[in-house]
Write a protein that binds this ligand. Sequence first.
Ligand code: KIV
Ligand code: ZN
Length: 496
Amino acid sequence: MDKVYIFDTTLRDGEQVPGCQLNTVEKIEVAIALENLGVDVLEAGFPISSPGDFNSVVEISKNVSNPTICALTRAVDKDIECAAEALKFAKKGRIHTGIGSSDIHIINKLRTTRENILEKAAWAAKYARNFVDDVEFFCEDAGRADLAFLAKMVETVIANGATVVNIPDTTGYCTPDQYGAKIAYLMNNVPNIDKAIISVHCHNDLGLATANSIAGLSNGARQVEVTMNGIGERAGNTSLEEVAMIIKSHKESLNLYTDINVKNIYPTSRLITRLMRMPVQPNKAIVGRNAFAHSSGIHQDGVLKNRENYEIIDPKDVGVPESLILLTARSGRAALKHRLDLLGYHLDSEKLDNVYQEFLKVADAKKEINDQDLLEIMGINADSRMFHVVSHTVSCGNQHQSVAKIELSRDGKTYQSESEGNGPVDATLKAVDKIMGIPVKLEEYLVQAVTGGSNDVGKVHIQISKDGVFYYGFGADTDVIYASAMAYVDALNKSI
Ligand code: KIV
Ligand code: ZN
């Protein structure tokens, strides 16, 4: 089996996304998580682009020892010198330099000729080798480049010292067949190809980044460039978790492996979501909230009989604590029984049948049935256990400390508290904690405007964990802070 080198560019291509910028301390935290995840190469930044990026490459080099630390440059002397300087503390450093390879880039962007590009490429690879032994060369927009010219460029940079050659589909243009054929052509037509590793770097403009990367690997590439959660310019880059799990799930047929510690996938994904403030779409493969959630009756019944009926990955293998069985109008008796068993109510089939008929009526009116609803359906006074938000006020602004006051009720009694916080949401959640006092970790906080206007209803989604188990809460209101209080109390109620 051949090893596929995982080149992570979350902190370079991923971090270019507007709103995802991290400070140096946050970048070090991400870099350490990526090291623990087992990436082979960590692209830490583009040092010439800003003093902050330069400093991040320096600090990551000091704090991370296993992966090779890589710095991006244009094929320009001062870029290469700056990258070399930024990498001086790296135990293993790589300069990643390159230039456009498609006629579109050569003519419209660089306003030059193919001959001049070959000269510059040769010069840049050679110049970078003066500073480090490990030089990766990127042929930008290779996805749209003329094949024979691309082959010449690859041959030239290898002859001038490139140890890795990156064939980026910069605009996400190719289909898997085309991209795979491109890599196969290079493997068969570049005479010195055995002197370098071919790397695939695919963008997701047509939703094909992962498929194209796998096609490239199947045709001889041995490094893949990825980001966690697939973040990156426009529609994003190839996602690390998808590639790692495809290679693991199909290792025999692909005859490939990676050194990724797949158990760390989910915690790393959560860390990056939190620090980059970039929510993962719920149906995202492997790390989306619904990736292991089952809501239709047939699937729930199948999963409860044997997980493998509807899951090709055990969620625990990628660090997701458990599969979720969501109770909706499409759930069957098996899912209802499972949830009631977990709540400690073991019903015989006749009683279950009665509860199921009631359940369907409520489920038709509500989207999702939570434990509180279930207890009410069973005629059990759920209010004796659950808290409700009675009233909430918050004072906040950029000139003074946020303070929240909240009143909750449970079983006819009311409870009040007040708390300061680092912003109105933090103050509100702390005020709730003072009353409910349940030790939980806030895993995710998400606000979404339903239609986008400023007078819109905001939907708040909160995920908490307690003793390794995840609980979700929802709240919706035009006042998003009040909705946050409702979502948090909802999640805490489920954890009781
Ligand atoms: O997409 C791309 O071409 C890149 C290069 C700078 C490697 O990100
Ligand atoms: Zn890119």
